[in-house]
Design a protein around this ligand. Structure first.
Ligand code: UT7
Length: 314
């Protein structure tokens, strides 16, 4: 069985925090943020919203797009590193919010690489014929966990959710290969303690990021038995435009084949790839038959890449 992506949706808080706003909060400058990261603004979750309300909003759009009824969802996988509570799970909350009466639920925390991990789990359940229809949601409210006095991190992150519906089919399509990896020895480089604020060693994470992106994407390409020039579009984790450009250059991928929206949202962790996927589709950059690569890296350390044969009409 193949796991086709048949629906997609995103939810972005309305409130924008621009670099000019940040200049009033910490000792920073728009010029520094844009030149070092590519970020111009990010979204901030409304007080009444939560990781699961954002996730449910994105998931609901993905279900509508796929034409899937709530009762037909077999499982919801929520990828997030910013739950409101340790339990109940975000997956359970989304299951309740959307009335997914027949769905099992699980949460998965691989930080920024969470969505790719979620997609891998969904594909496994579909391939083993356990489930037919799975929602994979990436949802984050990182701005509730950053230290707003730490200029080295508070300028980087934003809130968002993105979701896809994965459906079983005998026809080839969906993820052709997935590469996942972890290196717990780098765990201290990027941390969010249960009591406390986000901490990051930016330089070290930067170095890791470029290497992880290139090696994981190459591994996925090899597993899929294609070559890099078969990739029609790369949707990388949106953390820093310099990381993306550096990885693309190392891989020899022209920038026209790389989708970016980091300037609008900053780093939204597990939501970054599904939101970017939605926007790449809206921009007409994905069409049936395309080979779409996705690659992510983040806290853990963890990383993942997939090569997807796109099949759904857009
Ligand atoms: O999903 C994974 C999450 N994380 C990442 O992907 C982040 C990876 N790392 C990065 O993106 C980059 O390392 C950063 C954007 C975080 C930092 O860029 P950098 O070019 O590595 O800068 P740096 O940390 O080496 O800092 C250079 C200077 C320092 O000043 P001194 O010590 O040279 O005087 C910092 O204090 O820039 C200073 N700085 C700032 N200046 C103005 C750090 N943050 C800011 C700021 N505004 N917001």
């Amino acid at each position: 069985m193949y796991a086709h992506i048949t629906g997609w949706g995103k939810a972005l808080p309305e409130r924008r925090l621009t670099n000019a706003d940040l200049e009033k909060m910490v000792k920073t400058a728009d010029e520094w943020i844009v030149s070092r990261t590519g970020i111009r603004e990010r979204r901030i979750v409304a007080d009444c919203d939560t990781t699961d309300s954002l996730g449910a909003a994105a998931a609901s759009k993905a279900l509508a797009r796929a034409g899937v009824q709530a009762e037909d969802v077999d499982m919801v996988i929520a990828a997030s590193c910013t739950p409101e509570a340790l339990f109940p799970s975000i997956g359970n909350r989304i299951q309740e919010r959307l009335g997914l009466g027949n769905a099992a639920a699980l949460d998965l925390n691989q930080a920024c690489a969470g969505f790719i991990h979620g997609l891998a789990v969904a594909q496994g359940f579909v391939a083993s014929r356990q489930y037919q229809t799975i929602l994979v949601v990436g949802s984050e409210v990182l701005t509730r966990h950053v230290d707003w006095t730490d200029r080295s991190t508070c300028v980087l992150f934003g809130d968002a959710a993105g979701a896809v519906v994965v459906q079983a089919s005998r026809d080839p399509g969906g993820p052709l290969a997935i590469d996942l990896g972890s290196d717990g020895t780098g765990g201290d480089l990027l941390m969010l303690p249960t009591e406390g604020k986000l901490y990051m060693n930016g330089r070290e994470v930067y170095r890791f990021a470029v290497t992880a992106m290139t090696s994981s994407l190459k591994a996925a390409v090899e597993k899929a038995e294609i070559t890099l020039d078969h990739i029609d579009l790369l949707i990388p984790h949106q953390a820093n435009i310099r990381i993306i450009h550096s990885a693309a250059q190392t891989l020899g991928l022209p920038l026209e084949k790389v989708f970016t929206n980091v300037e609008k949202y900053g780093n939204t962790s597990a939501a970054s790839i599904p939101v970017a996927l939605c926007e790449a589709i809206e921009a007409g950059r994905v069409k049936p038959g395309d080979t779409v690569a996705m690659v992510a890296f983040g806290a853990g350390l963890a990383w993942g890449a997939t090569i997807v044969r796109w099949t759904s009409p857009v």
